[in-house]
Ligand binder design. Sequence first.
Ligand code: MSP
Length: 636
Amino acid sequence: MDKRFYVTTPIYYVNAEPHIGHAYTTILADFLKRHHTLMGYDSYFLTGTDEHGDKIVKAAAEAGARPKEYTDRISSLFRETWQKMGLGFDDFIRTTEERHRKVVQSVLQKVYDDGDIYFASYGGHYCFGCERFFTEKDMVDGKCPDHNKPLEYIEESNYFFRMSKYQAWLVEYIKSHPDFIRPERYRNEVLAMLEGEALEDLCISRPKTRLEWGITLPFDDKFVTYVWFDALINYVSAIGYPDDEKFKRYWPVVNHLIAKDIVKPHGIFWPTMLKAAGIEPFLHLNVHGYWNMEDAKMSKSLGNVVRPLELIDRFGNDQIRYFFLREMNFGADARFTEEAIINRINYDLANDFGNLVKRTFDMVKKFFDGGIPALDTAQTAGRDALLAGFQEALAAYTAHVESFQFSVGIEKLWEFIRLLNRYIDERKPWQLAKEHKTAELSSTMRNLLESIAAIVVILSPVLNRTAPVVLAALGLPENTPLSSVSSLDALTTGKKLGEMGVLYPRIEKEKPPSAEPPQKTPKPADEGLIDISEFARVDIRVAQVIEASAVEGSDKLLELRVDAGADTRTIIAGLALHYRPEYLVGKKILLVANLKPAVLFKRTSHGMLLAAKKEKKDRPVLIEVSDDIPVGAKLS
Ligand code: MSP
């Protein structure tokens, strides 16, 4: 078969904004797509949003919006976040789209016609958070173990999918396809669920009297489809099941990516649904562990930065991609801490890799006026060892990526990077220059530049923003194929190296707070207190941000256009280091409306928005106002 690769992420619930957990899986999918494309595969990457069900209706109600408006807004937020992070999905599916509804209904109809869906009355313990019934065995002290909330006993007539019928087939299929669910611990987990006891049939409908926000069953319009039965089908509806060429092309090579939280629906519901619908099983279900945030919460400065865009604003796009891919051992949980991020950036990116590139470029500038030196054939300066080192790293890396051991794979590339640093230390180009050994010097530098070109091309799926910068400085195009650099002879002699700036600035760790707290001077009892009439003079009201943009020439200020109820006005806010302008648009904030106008960077600010921080050095957190409070409402 020709080389093809199809990667999917879970479609994310729109009841919350994108956070770093979602970002990880989506970055991983983007990396895999880029890696496979580089390796000559025809690759396809799908992500999207899961928009039906009670959970979403509840979240919309809490936000004071209709489900449609609400899902539109949050779904766009996901899409835009991924776009701003340069994640190159080929399609973004929403379960509220017509193309999806049609496929879900046709699958339901087929399974119904084949007799695998039946109507029955059912009473059970239901968790509104998970949107599912729990068996006695799954609940813990009458509670849902994930939400730790008491389950509600509800009784209703519903449609059921005969999942039990496929239990034996699934066990057999998993046993005869060792890579169907990987890594092995999750395969074992699914087998344990299946072998423990008889699988129950799956309730796949919700009466419209209880929930309207869903896909209507094609054979009974008084019911909507259970959200999981609807959502899983995205993986085939997006690629045009059943007739589209895309479906025929990519379904046989699908790789699902999920975290361990949704192993059961993917490892049990999905394959049995596919079997019943007469669709081939998926190729691989790849399950990763969880990023544990506890430590992050404890770290003051990282505590608030769980929004992916804020995280990359603070540390850099490629730095976060590298951290995610290198730090997590696929399948196991990993710790998300500020210290771990900074160490990866400072040691691996700044020291090992950034420094290698910088040292090499600086020496070529110094000794050859920035022109790429020739390789003197009589004087190849240990080139064979570099070639062998590169081939070895490439083979080990590729094999590890194939088996989803990204962290080990990347480490293999770093072994080559460290070999190059040693090569510099051993060959001592500065010494060769002093001794006028020009041929040796020239070959040494050329070997280094060629090796850098090669490693940067392989690393480009990880470092998708900085790799093109280095390639351009070497005079190579962004999409340089691996085959043109892997023999270490891709560069043009005499061509001038370009500029790159600092690729990965070192990050200072936060200093621990000083042991001695500042002495407070005792104050008279009423000092600092104000009287109510003084407070009443301050006009604080709710305003909504309409537009937001950076103030040119200032890295700290943002210019905001706000609707303050009685008027629309411009304010200048010192939030640029902490918030992206797009984030602020649409937010309701608190505005001090009767402040004397102030001129900042030639712009007049008519008021001030309120943000808060615990200590002077902390980042200001914008005070956001609930959607229920109307614009223009005054604080009293
Ligand atoms: N809508 C369902 C999936 C339906 S797929 C047919 C859903 N959505 S979700 O928004 O809750 O996303 C869950 C997924 O987000 C996880 O499986 C994982 O990919 C990612 N993660 C969420 N939090 C995470 C961590 N803390 N760590 C790692 N991944 C995390 O479930």
